[in-house]
Design a binder for this molecule. Structure first.
Ligand SMILES: [Zn+2]
Length: 380
């Protein structure tokens, strides 16, 4: 008898990467930043890359970019920072910018620059309001200003050569509205090439129900529930709560991956690795190699119907073939438990890779056509 499962993949999302100053100035009209007891250093980027390397993942680094504005372009967007039109980035000549940018550039498979914010909040006449993209009642900021912010985010990425505009987005302060009839913010994000969005759904404003309990499509953007984080946002050197490892996303904030002394960052990374690595070989889970892969796998996990017999697995993806997510991949993973020796063959599916991840448990990477929406794996 064999067992089969389309496992749920996991992606890591790390918020508020990009600040150089760490101090929380929210009580003085400034941003919260990361509230670390020290400023950030290039070793804090190495921590993300090391986490990615050890887990063979590409964690999302949800960037806040105002501290990277080398040309003070944000002076033209007074809503973007606490200094308004008087914006002068104190870090614009910081040589560590180049050092950190080089780390990001040279490790494209271990860190995924992700759209988060410029200054994180939205300043009106010099006073901060939560947050940059939507207000606390779920009202989008003016479309013109939203576009100015997105353009500036892309410009700062370009100037620092931090890669193309991201395909993934995390709303700052988790303020976002799903399913707006005229498209809303999601439609604007889609114009900029965003295909994947994640946020805790208990904080989401919803105009229409999403398609599934933990994902939905909005203007083609695959929107995924982040669930609860394993730590509080300001916790440095934390003990992550494994109860938070059950969903498709491990959400955290940058300090959660770091130590007070940057030389000890590796110890914090190791603790996360020890917690997350076992998920990769669990029958019903795996670690996604990147966002496209992990979020697409979630859709397959929910919507591929399996019928298992003694020597075959029938797969039916009729529901997936009907949706139009712009970033939805046609590749996905299937796990099969069967005693050795064994050989797999596929009908109406391409078998891209097979590996025995633990004795008697196999990981198959498959590619499906849109139609017909059924296929079969035969075990011999
Ligand atoms: Zn944030």
């Amino acid at each position: 008898m064999i067992r089969a499962c389309v496992p749920m993949a996991l992606q890591i999302v790390i918020d508020d990467v990009g600040w150089w100053t760490a101090e929380d100035t929210s009580t003085q009209g400034g941003p919260f930043r990361t509230a670390m007891p020290r400023d950030h250093v290039p070793a804090d980027y190495t921590a993300i890359i090391e986490l990615g390397r050890r887990l063979n993942m590409r964690p999302q680094a949800a960037f806040v970019l105002c501290d990277w504005d080398r040309e003070n372009i944000l002076a033209k967007i007074p809503s973007a920072t606490w200094m308004g039109n008087n914006w002068q980035n104190p870090h614009r000549n910081n040589p560590q910018l180049e050092e950190a940018a080089d780390l990001v550039r040279t490790h494209p498979d271990q860190i995924e620059p992700t759209l988060h914010a410029l200054g994180h909040e939205y300043w009106i006449d010099g006073l901060p309001t939560r947050a940059e993209w939507h207000d606390r009642s779920g009202q989008m900021r003016s479309a013109d200003d939203v576009r100015r912010h997105l353009d500036a985010f892309g410009k700062i990425l370009d100037v620092n050569r931090l890669g193309p505009f991201p395909t993934a987005f995390v709303p700052s302060a988790f303020l976002h509205r799903f399913g707006v009839a005229d498209g809303g913010f999601a439609a604007i994000l889609a114009e900029y090439g965003i295909r994947y969005l994640s946020t805790p759904w208990q904080r989401l404003f919803i105009d229409r129900p999403p398609e599934a309990p933990d994902f939905g499509f909005d203007a083609g953007i695959l929107t995924v529930d982040r669930g609860n984080d394993a730590c509080r946002w300001f916790e440095v050197d934390p003990r992550p709560n494994p109860d938070a490892f059950g969903g498709p996303i491990i959400g955290m904030h940058w300090p959660n991956l770091l130590a007070r002394n940057p030389a000890s960052n590796g110890e914090v990374v190791e603790r996360w690795v020890a917690g997350l690595k076992p998920l990769d070989v669990r029958f019903d889970r795996l670690l996604g190699v990147n966002t496209a892969n992990a979020f697409s796998q979630l859709v397959h996990h929910r919507w591929v119907e399996l019928a298992v017999s003694d020597a075959s697995v029938n797969l039916d993806w009729t529901r997936i073939a009907k949706v139009g997510g712009t970033g939805l991949l046609k590749t996905f993973f299937l796990k099969i438990q069967v005693p050795r020796p064994v050989r797999f063959s596929a009908e109406n599916l391409r078998l891209l890779a097979v590996s025995e991840e633990i004795p008697g448990q196999w990981r198959l990477q498959l590619e499906r056509p849109d139609s017909p929406p059924q296929g079969r794996i035969t075990v011999q």
